[in-house]
Write a protein that binds this ligand. Structure first.
Ligand SMILES: Cc1cc2nc3c(=O)[nH]c(=O)nc-3n(C[C@H](O)[C@H](O)[C@H](O)COP(=O)(O)OP(=O)(O)OC[C@H]3O[C@@H](n4cnc5c(N)ncnc54)[C@H](O)[C@@H]3O)c2cc1C
Length: 481
């Protein structure tokens, strides 16, 4: 008698930073039928130039969201690779205490560090124990241009430490941005690294409309192209897409679902709550040497430091050329970027009564964030004072006005680091537990940026990849016999 193992079908929704790693881990097992759904298109291999080099996101690969609180655009990649195909290729790790503070066993720094090592090939430090040399994502540091060099000299003169490796655990100071780039500055994310071997599983241009439930058991996905039955579904649609899909499918706050006329599957008040981002702004200045910014357009120098000791409120300050983000800018235009990397304000992703998804970032909603950003603005002005030979400021710059603090909210934007809307935890309110299964239902997991209880004090791509990579193993452990 021949005994055959019954193959399971796992549908992974979203091919971004986390989804691609999750699908890759599942597919590598060989005995699971993996279906990778992606709402956006697949631009192919080799990727077109716009995907590899441009930093001004083309509208056709963006979800076209707006922050309901401010009306400002909120970029989210809608393409294979998700936001890793449209982002700035800054590949920075969070601090060990960011993960320890999650307070979830199995997700402390010592648990997750192995995944950060496994996903990378670090060109400069791959031979060090804290790094990896054989993962799919190439990490490298780019040379400095003249503006970077002047900025680094200012920062060290101010007393900030020089840091060789910004991705070593527990470092603060000034040094090279780690980047996921090849050939001098060409972005290399999961589209390039993983999709070539995942294409047989990919259904691009296919939006998951809602999850299908039999009682509280998830049994598949409704798409614009029909229903797909599944033994298990993994949501990797990102910090907006994942809660939006849960809400449309009846898993969320009962009152909101009732108001929108969505039948309730499970009352989960925290789905869509706890939205976090890093508030960010740029001060547009100009290089005195018009050729200088082009000699290291972006991803040159980064200063990261703690601006408030309590709560380790970390910030970013860094100059780069404006043009890659603002194609009409003068080549000499420079952005001084300011990012608040430990924000405690919380926003939300909600289902509006008309069934649409409403995102509110609520930047600077907490007085501590206002204080921290104001101090950061002060430091940025100090840097510009000192760098007067290198960078000139426009007349009447808003950041020099006496009411600059009051003007801050209208100049803030998203750093793109949305997380937290399906919070992981062990308490009854948590949307997913440490094994990433959704509380209150079966057959359903979440493995993307939305599970982070709190944002790491860093750009969020590497942490999202780490979650996808670990998520694959956790999903396999939870498949029904
Ligand atoms: C403009 C911008 C710049 C950024 N710069 C950086 C940076 O330089 N460094 C860094 O570390 N981080 C950066 N980030 C953040 C980083 O890219 C994200 O944190 C990370 O990609 C999140 O991974 P994810 O897998 O959770 O979601 P995503 O990468 O967003 O992937 C989600 C995927 O799901 C798909 N999807 C959503 N809904 C559905 C649906 N219903 N059906 C099918 N598919 C769906 C989306 O199209 C998308 O492909 C940036 C983000 C943005 C927007």
């Amino acid at each position: 008698m021949v005994v055959r193992a019954l193959r399971k079908t796992v549908v992974v929704i979203g091919s971004g930073a986390a989804g691609m790693f999750c699908a890759d881990g599942l597919a590598a097992r060989g005995d699971i039928d993996v279906v990778l759904l992606e709402a956006g298109d697949d631009p192919g291999t080799p990727p077109p130039d716009w995907l590899r080099r441009d930093l001004a996101t083309p509208a056709e690969v963006d979800w076209g969201l707006v922050d309901a609180g401010t009306g400002r655009p909120l970029l989210r990649g809608r393409v294979t690779g998700g936001c890793t195909s449209t982002n700035s290729a800054a590949a920075l790790r969070g601090q060990p205490w960011c993960f320890d503070d999650w307070g979830v066993d199995g997700w402390r720094w010592d648990d997750v560090a192995v995944a950060f090592r496994a996903l990378e090939s670090d060109a400069q430090y791959g031979d060090r124990p804290e790094h990896g040399a054989s993962g799919p994502i190439p990490i490298t540091r780019l040379s400095f241009g003249p503006v970077d060099t002047a900025f680094a000299a200012w920062a060290t003169a101010e007393g900030h430490a020089w840091v060789d490796d910004q991705n070593a655990p527990a470092v603060l100071g000034v040094g090279h941005w780690p980047t996921n780039t090849v050939d001098g500055a060409v972005r290399y994310g999961v589209h390039e690294a993983l999709l070539p071997r995942l294409r047989p599983h990919l259904r691009a241009g296919t939006t998951a409309e809602r999850l299908l439930f039999d009682g509280t058991r998830c049994v598949g996905v409704e798409t614009g192209a029909g229903a797909i039955a599944a033994d298990h579904v993994v949501l990797c649609a990102g910090a907006v897409g994942t809660p939006a899909l849960l809400l449309r499918s009846g898993v969320g706050p009962a009152a909101d679902l009732a108001a929108a006329g969505v039948p309730l599957v499970h009352d989960a008040p925290e789905v869509g709550a706890n939205l976090q981002d890093h508030p960010w702004t740029v001060l547009q200045v100009r290089a005195t040497d018009p050729a200088a910014p082009a000699r290291r357009p972006v991803n040159g120098v980064l200063l990261r430091y703690e601006i408030l000791a309590e709560d380790r409120v970390e910030v970013h300050l860094y100059p780069h050329q404006a043009r890659p983000y603002l194609p009409d800018a003068d080549p000499a235009d420079v952005f001084l970027g300011l990012g608040l990397m430990r924000a405690i304000s919380r926003g939300s992703v909600r289902l509006a009564p008309d069934g649409s998804t409403e995102v509110r970032l609520n930047h600077l909603g907490d007085p501590q964030d206002v204080l921290a950003f104001d101090l950061l603005l002060d430091d940025a002005r100090t840097a510009l004072d000192a760098l007067g030979d290198v960078l000139t400021e426009p007349d009447g710059a808003w950041w020099r006005r006496p009411d600059a603090t009051d003007l801050l909210p209208e100049h803030l934007e998203s750093y793109g680091h949305l997380v937290g809307t399906c919070r992981m935890g062990t308490d009854p309110g948590a949307v997913v537990g440490p094994a990433l299964t959704v509380t209150g239902v079966t057959g359903l997991s979440v493995a993307d940026a939305s599970i982070m209880p709190a944002s790491p004090r860093a750009n969020t791509m590497l942490a999202s990849m780490m979650i996808g990579l670990r998520g694959a193993a956790l999903v396999m452990d939870n498949l029904p016999e």
